[in-house]
Design a binder for this molecule. Structure first.
Ligand code: 5AD
Ligand code: SF4
Length: 451
């Protein structure tokens, strides 16, 4: 008689991951989870039961780094409670600070830059052997194209898809080309495959991500540019909404706008970071366009995609910014009538062109005042933008339950505006026509109407 002894249960290790910063980091964390899942790690939402805690970090402004530093301080008590836990810093801060992070933050065991995630399993073995693990080598090719990210979104309706990595623009203030390396595009076949799989799983919206999506280019078997890729993704199914971020004003072409106009499922919403409304500041920022060029692009968007929403990024108090130059930003905002803006105080980043060549000479007080003026103006513009929608009906993709009430759902219009409405029989992933009855500066309030 033959006895089979039961195999001992495979011992999984538990991974807890926190993500800071941009949408690219969200996808990167999903890639990291995919890599580690293939190496015997399971995701946990409880930090206390984790064998490995990873923090995916951002370096874009000093306060983003400070937030991570104070979080690391909080981890000290975790390490006291659980001496076995390993702590790793990944992402842009890991790339920028390299070994310094290991010296400065004693509790950190592992430092891994954005292009070295495939090395995580072998680095973790080093950590298990009692060493510190570090790899911050940047790559000219890595896109993680073959890896299926493990989705960590909560709604299973909207998702990000990375189409390229890095940036070649070297804007004077920006740390990204240093932390994420040179620009490279991902194989379109892997993008189409990933997006099709998301659609088949029930996702109804994808956002194609890159630091500068308009320079997407794939040159095997003929040439494919961003418009061609966008069109291929839009053709997967008319029920799949497609968004993209971020576009650079210097290469926002009319032909891209035409492609958008011919596909109703490419969302009527364009994020076009202006950074400043003053040509002289833009020149110092090395943005490679003028106020007039930017205005011409906005005019073209308004002409070719009437009713599209336009959002932007603005930096207040860049090096040498005068009161007149600041006023030019305010007047451009008013002219463009932005629906939404991300607004920041200039933060000097080590080793950038601006840090090396210019003086960070706008006082903190002036930066704060200018930023507040920008925020105040945007609040007014956002409210006006929402008020224009009152009385109109929009197709909304339902994303989830409203934070304020279990009986209400929220979703977005094609223009990327959040709408709250009564739940009825609807569920996340449904499309519904909603008539807007009311609004705040952040949200539209409406009710479903018959098709
Ligand atoms: N200081 C302030 N804001 C910055 N951004 C990038 N670098 C800096 C900096 N050093 C902003 C830009 C960019 C957005 C992602 O972050 O507006 O578009
Ligand atoms: Fe930074 Fe400019 Fe590249 Fe954007 S385009 S990531 S602001 S360098």
């Amino acid at each position: 008689m033959v006895f089979f002894l039961p195999l001992p249960p495979m011992e999984f290790r538990k991974l807890y991951i926190e993500t800071y910063g941009c949408q690219m980091n969200v996808v990167d964390s999903e890639i990291v989870v995919a890599i580690l899942q293939q190496n015997n790690y399971q995701l946990t939402e409880d930090m206390d039961e984790a064998d490995l805690v990873l923090v995916n970090t951002c370096s874009i402004r000093d306060n983003a780094e400070q937030r991570v530093r104070s979080r690391l301080n909080e981890f000290k008590s975790l390490k006291k409670r659980n001496r076995e836990v390993s702590v790793g810093i990944i992402g842009c801060m890991a790339e920028r600070l390299k070994e310094k992070l290991l010296e400065e933050e004693q509790l950190v065991d592992l430092v891994v830059g954005p292009d070295a995630y495939r090395e995580l399993p072998s680095l973790l073995q080093e950590v298990e052997g009692g060493q510190k693990g570090i790899n911050t080598i940047l790559s000219l090719e890595e896109t993680y194209g073959d890896i299926r990210p493990v989705r960590m979104d909560r709604n299973h309706v909207t998702s990000f898809v990375s189409i390229m990595r890095g940036c070649n623009n070297f804007c004077a203030y920006c740390v990204v080309p240093g932390t994420r390396g040179r620009e490279r595009s991902r194989d379109p076949e892997t993008i189409i495959r990933e997006t099709t799989e998301l659609y088949q799983k029930g996702y109804r919206e994808v956002t194609l991500l890159g630091q500068n999506v308009n320079s997407y280019r794939w040159e095997q078997n003929g040439e494919l540019n961003f418009e061609n890729l966008l069109e291929r993704v839009a053709k997967i199914d008319p029920d799949l909404r497609v968004r993209f971020a971020t576009s650079h004003p210097k290469d926002m072409s009319d032909s891209l706008l035409k492609t958008m106009a011919t596909h109703p499922n490419i969302c009527r919403s364009i994020h076009l970071p202006v950074q400043s409304g003053s040509t002289s500041v833009l020149k110092r920022m090395k943005r490679k366009y003028t106020r007039e060029h930017y205005m011409n692009r906005i005019e073209s968007i308004k002409k070719q995609l009437p009713g599209a929403s336009i959002s932007t990024d603005i930096i207040a108090g860049f090096c040498g910014e005068t009161e007149e130059e600041h006023e030019e930003t305010l007047s451009l905002m008013e002219w463009a009538g932005y629906d939404f803006s991300y607004m920041f105080k200039y933060s000097e980043r080590p080793d950038t062109f601006a840090a090396l060549r210019y003086s960070n000479d706008v006082s903190e007080e002036t930066k704060t005042r200018r930023l507040n003026e920008i925020i105040e103006l945007q609040m007014k513009l956002s409210l006006e933008s929402k008020q224009r929608d009152v009385g109109h009906t929009y197709e909304v993709l339902v994303e989830g339950t409203s934070k304020k009430s279990k009986d209400e759902l929220f979703g977005r219009t094609s223009q990327n505006k959040v709408v709250v409405f009564p739940k009825g029989e609807l569920k996340p992933g449904d499309y519904v026509n909603v008539r807007v009855d009311n609004c705040t500066s952040a949200t539209l309030i409406g009710r479903p109407v018959g098709a």
